[in-house]
Ligand binder design. Structure first.
Ligand code: HMG
Ligand code: MG
Length: 314
């Protein structure tokens, strides 16, 4: 019998954990943005539809960035136009600037995310701006988006380590994160862009953010799994009360402008952990695994997720 037929994982509910967690699925955006071969728009649409059918309710669909910077996502408008309208699913998109916001509004988007860097070098590499200039760019985007009734998330990259600058001071991360909240972002997602964080750092940063006036109810965590620490870091964040976790189906992912960034925490690995802890999430693990197996066939290589491999016999 399979692990699932045997009723695994066994559930042991912990008292100091949230009852429910929102999974912010980033497979179609973070997962695909690093793929060098262009994935067919029909495959992207089917991927997103299957993720929604698997019960995910927040599915980051694409980015309205410069198509020369991320050619894989140049079809953003076509992807959104191909999705079935669903009342219970939101499809956030990344928007860096006014041109991106124009394009997102033309596509009827209701949820956007701006994406800042905690370090100077990555601001330059990813956004062609300085740390301060990125705020000048986002300020008007957030103001206009909110006046149009849109919800705005703020990502913060390189929160735990930077491939050019090394260790990043948590006090600096907290200062930059608080600036994003002050701009009017409803949520701050803490990015371990290159997957180097360990759980003590996560706890330390959450303390710094609390001291800077940003509480756990305003936070999400966004861990890449380069060094195999994403689940341990997620567990640390859950214990501190974080209730929104970013993950990518199958563990796809990476950032084309951050050398050594690999896939995100896999959604299936996250679901296995949440099921074991008795935390409600609303996703169907078997459907997620089927989707990631199907997607890995489209991409021509196995999914990095340990849970997908274990449950699919791959
Ligand atoms: P730039 O070259 O400095 O842009 O790029 P510009 O403002 O100088 O404009 C140059 C030309 O680009 C103009 O056209 C603009 O209209 C056009 P021209 O007048 O020359 O014909 N343009 C655009 N066209 C379409 N859509 C747009 C757009 N913007 C300008 N949005 C820019 C600056 C910010 C645009 C560029 O650096 C960019 O697109 N960067 C995005 C990089 C990216 O997508 N990185 C991956 C996402 S972040 C990530 O993965 C991390 C995360 O997962 C969290 C974590 O893991 O830490 C979120
Ligand atoms: Mg990322």
């Amino acid at each position: 019998m399979s692990a699932r037929e045997l009723g695994l994982p066994a559930t042991v509910t912990a008292s100091d954990m949230p009852e429910r967690v929102t999974i912010w699925e980033v497979g179609a955006r973070d997962g695909l943005q690093n793929e060098s071969d262009i994935v067919d728009v029909g495959v992207k649409i089917e991927f997103i539809e299957r993720l929604a059918d698997a019960g995910l309710t927040t599915i980051e669909a694409t980015s309205f960035v410069h198509p020369k910077w991320v050619p894989q996502l140049a079809d953003a408008a076509e992807v959104l136009a191909g999705l079935k309208p669903r009342d219970d699913v939101r499809y956030p998109v990344l928007v860096p600037n006014q041109r991106g916001l124009d394009r997102a509004l033309e596509s009827g988007v209701r949820h956007i995310a701006v994406f800042a860097s905690a370090t100077e070098t990555f601001a330059s590499r990813n956004l062609n701006s300085t740390l301060d200039e990125q705020f000048a760019m986002f300020e008007s985007v957030v103001r206009r988006a909110r006046s149009e009734g849109l919800d705005v998330r703020g990502y913060l990259s390189m929160c735990f380590g930077d491939p050019w600058e090394g260790a990043v001071d948590p006090a600096q991360v907290a200062r930059v994160g608080a600036r994003l909240i002050d701009l009017g972002c409803s949520q701050l997602s803490l990015g371990d862009t290159i997957g180097v964080a360990t759980p003590g750092q996560v706890e330390q940063l959450l303390r710094e953010l609390a001291a800077a006036g940003v509480g756990v109810d305003q936070l999400a965590v966004h861990f890449h799994d380069t060094y195999g620490q994403a689940l341990a870091n997620t567990y640390a964040a859950l214990r501190q009360g974080v209730r929104c976790v970013d993950a990518s189906a199958g563990g796809l992912g990476g950032c084309p402008y951050a050398k050594s960034a690999t896939g995100n925490l896999a959604t299936e690995d996250l679901v296995w952990l949440l099921d074991g802890l008795g935390i409600d999430h609303g996703a169907d693990l078997d459907k997620l695994v089927d989707t990631s197996v199907w997607m890995s066939q489209q991409l021509g290589r196995p999914a990095p997720s340990r849970v997908v491999r274990a449950l699919s016999g791959g």
